[in-house]
Design a protein around this ligand. Structure first.
Ligand SMILES: [Zn+2]
Length: 283
């Protein structure tokens, strides 16, 4: 479905911003074959040049820098080698890691209580697409804030209306479904897309929840085996990021420290940050 991914991702304001940011310095830095089209103001030509696979792709720096620099390279894409399990007997699948041979990692960011311009700036500077599992009650005061991440290539997913971390124990099927459906409606209204993925508040799930997720129109429950928390990485397995890891973060005051910890681990592991929805075919 998304084989034209680089073109899509480089459409609209983001592509223009990237192209504007490229400027003369990059034209000097990349092979001459790509320079003329990069410099031209004729966007479609520049786009097809930019979307071409990797020969003109400058290698990432071998030494992680504590100071982020503006992105001046094309984000690699990968043909997914993972197939999302289907809903079986009304139960949405539960995924904590993607089995893949590709050097990819998936960033997910939850809740939405804290909203600062720094968050938008850092995500743009690192050029990270992410799955944003938003809670309606955490973002309803300023839903527009998260459109900035949408413009960068991130997607909004479902983390309920109320964030009741005891919903699995306290609520039956219908109450769970209502709390999911309310966020589906909110996301469609404010972000123009129905979420395809669900993250349980606190991570706890049950078969009743899996049924509600499927009934709400979503494809999977997405949990994690690694997280960036309190300025460091926590791993449920091993002590480094693995290909296919799904990483949990939050929109918290320590966002910059968490993202720096993630970036250090991501670069150390030689992984590319890829949008989970693209890899699952549910973007
Ligand atoms: Zn949460």
């Amino acid at each position: 479905m998304r084989k034209d991914l680089p073109v899509d991702e480089f459409s609209g304001p983001r592509r223009r911003a990237v192209l504007a940011a490229l400027g003369a310095s990059v034209a000097a830095a990349i092979p001459a074959c790509a320079a003329p089209e990069t410099l031209t103001a004729k966007i479609p030509d520049a786009q097809s040049s930019v979307a071409a696979p990797t020969s003109a792709d400058p290698a990432p720096s071998a030494t992680p820098s504590p100071t982020p620099t503006p992105t001046k390279r094309i984000r690699p894409t990968f043909v997914p080698d993972y197939h999302l399990p289907p809903v079986i007997d009304g139960l949405a699948p539960v995924i904590t890691k993607i089995e893949t041979q590709h050097p990819v990692v998936f960033l997910t960011i939850d809740d939405g209580n804290v909203k600062t311009p720094e968050m938008v700036r850092l995500m743009a500077e690192y050029d990270y697409p992410a799955s944003l599992f938003l809670t309606r009650n955490s973002v309803v005061d300023n839903p527009t804030f998260f459109r900035e991440f949408q413009k960068q290539g991130s997607l909004i997913e479902n983390h309920t209306v109320t964030h009741n971390i005891s919903m699995v124990r306290e609520w039956g099927y219908q109450s769970q479904l209502n709390d999911m459906a309310g966020m589906q409606d909110f996301a469609l209204q404010h972000y123009g897309r129905l979420p395809a993925l669900f993250r349980p508040p606190g991570g706890a799930y049950s078969n009743v929840m899996r049924q509600a997720v499927a009934a709400a129109g979503m494809k999977a429950i997405i949990n994690w085996e690694a997280k960036a928390n309190a300025g460091k990485m926590d791993y449920q397995v091993g002590n480094s990021l693995r290909p296919g890891d799904i990483v949990l973060m939050h929109f918290r005051p320590e966002f910059a420290a968490d993202l720096a910890a993630f970036r250090e681990a991501q670069l150390a592991a030689g992984l590319e940050v890829v949008l989970l929805e693209d890899f699952l075919g549910v973007a």
